[in-house]
Design a protein around this ligand. Structure first.
Ligand SMILES: *Cc1c(COP(=O)(O)O)cnc(C)c1O
Ligand SMILES: [Zn+2]
Length: 497
């Protein structure tokens, strides 16, 4: 839609101007640093950072209702830079000019209502937000669009050049990083570190296809992360893990989209996310807090973070009810089908602690909850969701298992509506489905295949080996007719037709 046709009161604001004054603030000592420096932890105390905007006046310039109107009309623009996460430019990366924004189709992912059968089976009202429908098939593209736009911005200002971007990954970060970096070739080269045999074949093929340097390292994700941290402390590389505060900023768009899709009404809503490195849940809470502060939403939705019993350091931390007695201890992970969340020492733990505290304070009640689920329930709920028309990954199965568990614990009621994060596309994790169907999931996962869910292809052929067509040997007309009849008959019998 032509901006000239937009209502007069919001027309001057439809195309955002890069007027934000962003800076990093340390979560440990509150020191502030300019974003023009490549910085991932505080140089003084080594703690993680978050990005803030000094130009708060720009965010309070409009009433909540006016912001809503701006975002709703902005949705009709045809400008690529404003179609994805930067529809919420003022809240996402307000210093970045549209010319530096990298847009590969991320964000604006669909919110799909749970099928009737699935709602009946769970007795709950919920939707899946299909973040697997992002360009590299996971939510990581949101944060990556933000991180790469910030780098492009620094390159465009001649503040950095010859960038080498690195990340450690449980699979999806590397796919996203490699994709966005390759789009900016030759300005950026990327290298990704993956735990050997701890990512799926599909996830491994993604950074290879994007032309990244791919390194496989023995051990688990937490080991790769330490190497990447060491590299980034020694060499001038750009770190693309969620330690990078730009990643968090971009992922906040997930909350903004939920708010908009429910017409800004967050009353009686519950947002369920799986937790791995804890970047996503930090961003999701922070996003809702920012919209609440600006008056764009009047209620903060309930947040439920879900972890597998095989990788549950955040859940363990919050088991202690007394805030002052809580002590964070990394855990050793065990094999998990929610492999993208199989992290024992989450980098964003300090962010979770700080933001969850503010979230509960602002809500005037406990509004963040953490639940732990079994590997069996993750797998069974993923398969159940997908048998009922959804396309969720194992981590999305983890969300549904978590919602069901939370309902059993009285944390969620039937009066509420939940939004579950299908963090990646089902096909990225189809290996686990294959293993389940073939009853070959290794013992260490602690999962038994339920025959109700198993689905395997049925090979149907003719009894007479001479009646079998192949690419080399085509059948004569009469034989072919016999072949078609025999096979059709067998299928009809199987289907009780
Ligand atoms: C990265 C990832 C997670 C975990 O998100 P964090 O931000 O690390 O907590 C969950 N699911 C999928 C599919 C992921 O790629
Ligand atoms: Zn500090």
């Amino acid at each position: 839609m032509n901006p000239e046709l937009f209502p007069e009161d919001i027309r001057p604001y439809i195309i955002p101007k890069p007027e934000g004054k962003l800076f990093y603030r340390c979560l440990g000592c509150s020191a502030e640093f300019p974003i023009e420096k490549l910085l991932y932890v505080c140089p003084d105390c080594n703690q993680v950072l978050l990005i803030h905007d000094k130009n708060q006046a720009a965010l309070t310039r409009h009433s909540g209702a006016t912001w809503q109107k701006i975002f709703d009309f902005r949705k009709m623009l045809k400008i690529p830079a404003l179609k994805g996460i930067y529809r919420f430019h003022e809240f996402i990366g307000s210093c970045i000019p549209l010319s530096s924004i990298v847009y590969l189709g991320e964000g604006h992912t669909p919110i799909v209502e749970a099928s009737t059968h699935l709602k009946e089976k769970t007795g709950l009202n919920f939707f899946y937000k299909n973040d697997g429908q992002n360009p590299s098939a996971s939510f990581k593209d949101r944060g990556m669009a933000s991180a790469l736009s910030s780098i492009k911005y620094l390159i465009d200002q001649n503040l950095v050049s010859d960038v080498i971007a690195v990340c450690a990954s449980t699979g999806d970060t590397s796919a996203a990083a490699a994709l966005y970096a390759s789009y900016l070739r030759p300005l950026i080269k990327s290298a990704v570190l993956l735990p050997h045999k701890k990512v799926t074949a599909q996830q491994l093929s993604q950074p290879l296809g994007s032309g990244a340097n791919v390194f496989e390292i023995p051990g688990v994700f937490d080991d790769c992360m330490k190497i990447v941290e060491h590299l980034s402390s020694l060499y001038p590389v750009v770190l693309l893990n969620s330690k990078n505060a730009w990643r968090i900023l971009g992922q906040e768009s997930y909350s903004y989209e939920i708010a908009q899709d429910f017409d800004w009404d967050m009353k009686n809503k519950v947002v369920v996310v799986p937790i791995g490195n804890a970047g996503n849940i930090s961003a999701v809470m922070n996003g809702f807090l920012k919209f609440h502060r600006a008056g764009i939403i009047t209620h903060l939705p309930k947040i439920i973070g879900v972890q597998s019993e095989h990788a549950d350091p955040v859940f363990q931390y919050y088991l202690e009810p007394d805030e002052n007695k809580r002590l964070f201890k990394p855990v050793n992970t065990r094999p998990s089908v929610a492999q993208a969340a199989m992290i024992g020492n989450p980098v964003s733990m300090p962010r979770v602690i700080e933001i969850a505290k503010r979230y509960n304070q602002t809500s005037c009640q406990q509004n963040t909850f953490f639940v732990q689920v079994s590997e069996q329930s993750i797998m069974d709920w993923q398969l159940t969701a997908n048998r009922n028309g959804h396309i969720t990954c194992t981590q999305g199965g983890e969300c549904l298992a978590g919602l069901v568990k939370a309902a059993a614990q009285g944390i969620v009621t039937q009066q509420e509506t939940a939004i579950l994060d299908a963090t990646a596309h089902a096909i990225k994790f189809s290996e686990f489905q294959d293993l389940y169907f073939k009853q070959q999931i290794p013992d260490a996962y602690g999962i038994r295949s339920d025959s109700d869910y198993i689905n395997l292809p049925d090979f149907i052929s003719t009894d007479d080996p001479n009646l079998v067509p192949s690419q080399e040997k085509r059948l004569e007309k009469k034989e072919f007719q016999q072949f078609v009849q025999e096979i059709s008959g067998k299928i009809a019998k199987k289907l009780n037709l």
